[in-house]
Design a protein around this ligand. Structure first.
Ligand code: SF4
Ligand code: SF4
Length: 67
């Protein structure tokens, strides 16, 4: 099953990966990171299709995709 990992420490909360995911697998966390920002969380791993759109959109290279 494909999966992604998001580096919550470097996520700047831009939301581009959340908009890009066709399966709505990513959402903002309820807590904040050391930057004082909610990070992008992988909330629906069962729906991920490994398309890589989230990886391609992240301007800070916070996301890795594993197929
Ligand atoms: S790889 Fe595709 S389906 Fe999986 S979280 Fe990223 S954008 Fe969503
Ligand atoms: S695109 Fe990158 S920086 Fe923006 S919310 Fe997603 S993981 Fe965070």
């Amino acid at each position: 099953m494909p999966k992604i990992e998001i580096d919550e420490k470097t996520c700047k909360s831009c939301g581009l990966c959340i908009e890009a995911c066709p399966k709505k697998c990513i959402a903002f966390s309820k807590e904040v990171n050391k930057l004082g920002l909610p990070w992008a969380e992988f909330v629906k791993p069962q729906d991920c299709i490994g398309c890589g759109f989230c990886y391609q959109m992240c301007p800070d290279v916070c996301i890795e995709v594993y197929k």
